[in-house]
Write a protein that binds this ligand. Structure first.
Ligand code: SAM
Length: 241
């Protein structure tokens, strides 16, 4: 496995968490409140949050009474999340490309944690792993970006200053990927990373879901759970069984 993949390095840095600090606990809690009340999962349910980052969704889901396992490839994020562990909340370093051993009531893949791989088959394999990790009536929630809206509102260049770091950001859509080039100077040196997320439309995702035998039961367009609209929605949230 190539450990120099962009998602292995960038997400393991403190700078990723600084740039995305607006994606905070409040943002996670609002969505989790809405989706759990929509799903009506019994409190005894076990939910896997994969990848969980530093655990913002996992911690809140656990506070709602669910048994939660958070997994992420980033060792630093899992080390941080472990401070929140209790009898019904656990975190582990977990590569979503690996087969899931247990069987769970629900698996959540939140905040654009999908579509990272060059080869479609690798993305489909992640979905297959998730499907195999669910109990008979288990449910999967995928919270992805709405690529159509990203394309129509693409800001090609911008500068964001957060915590004293000036992030220079350039975005482009190229070869089927949304590329976000991020460069900045911090802690005495220049850094540059490129996020690469596949341009996955609902139609393309539907074909992935079909391939693994997942049935899409609901499609939402934002964290309030309004219906999905390809030109207007901020998110593409798919519920599947
Ligand atoms: C955009 S972040 C979202 C994290 C979290 N869901 C949240 O909302 O804060 C994407 C996460 O995917 C993780 N990741 C990337 N590739 C992974 C893989 N192959 N297996 C597990 N986690 C992975 C990264 O470490 C990062 O924490």
């Amino acid at each position: 496995m190539n450990t120099t993949d962009w998602f292995t390095s960038w997400f393991n840095t403190p700078y990723y968490h600084i740039l995305y600090k607006h994606r905070n606990d409040a943002d996670a809690q609002f969505f989790m409140r809405n989706i759990t009340s929509f799903l009506q999962l019994p409190k005894s349910s076990t939910i896997v949050d994969l990848p969980c980052g530093k655990g913002r969704h996992s911690v809140y889901l656990n506070s709602l009474g669910y048994d939660v396992v958070g997994g992420d490839l980033s060792k630093n994020s899992i080390a941080y999340a472990k401070q929140f562990e209790n009898d019904t909340l656990h975190f582990e370093v977990w590569d979503m490309r690996k087969t899931i051993e247990g069987r769970y009531d629900a698996i959540f893949n939140l905040f654009t944690s999908f579509g990272y791989f060059e080869d479609d088959e690798e993305d489909i394999a992640v979905l297959r792993n998730i499907k195999n990790g669910l109990k008979e009536n288990g449910v999967f929630v995928l919270d992805f970006l709405n690529v159509e809206k990203v394309k129509n509102t693409l800001v090609k260049e911008e500068v964001k200053t957060i915590d004293g770091i000036e992030f220079n950001i350039q975005k482009e859509i190229k070869d089927g990927f949304i590329l976000k080039h991020i460069s900045f100077f911090a802690d005495g040196k220049a850094h540059s990373y490129t996020e690469r997320v596949k341009f996955l439309t609902l139609e393309k995702l539907q074909s992935y879901f079909d391939r693994v035998g997942f049935k899409i039961t609901e499609i939402f367009g934002d964290y309030q759970l309004n219906a999905f609209n390809a030109s207007l929605s901020d998110r593409l949230i798919i519920v599947a069984k």
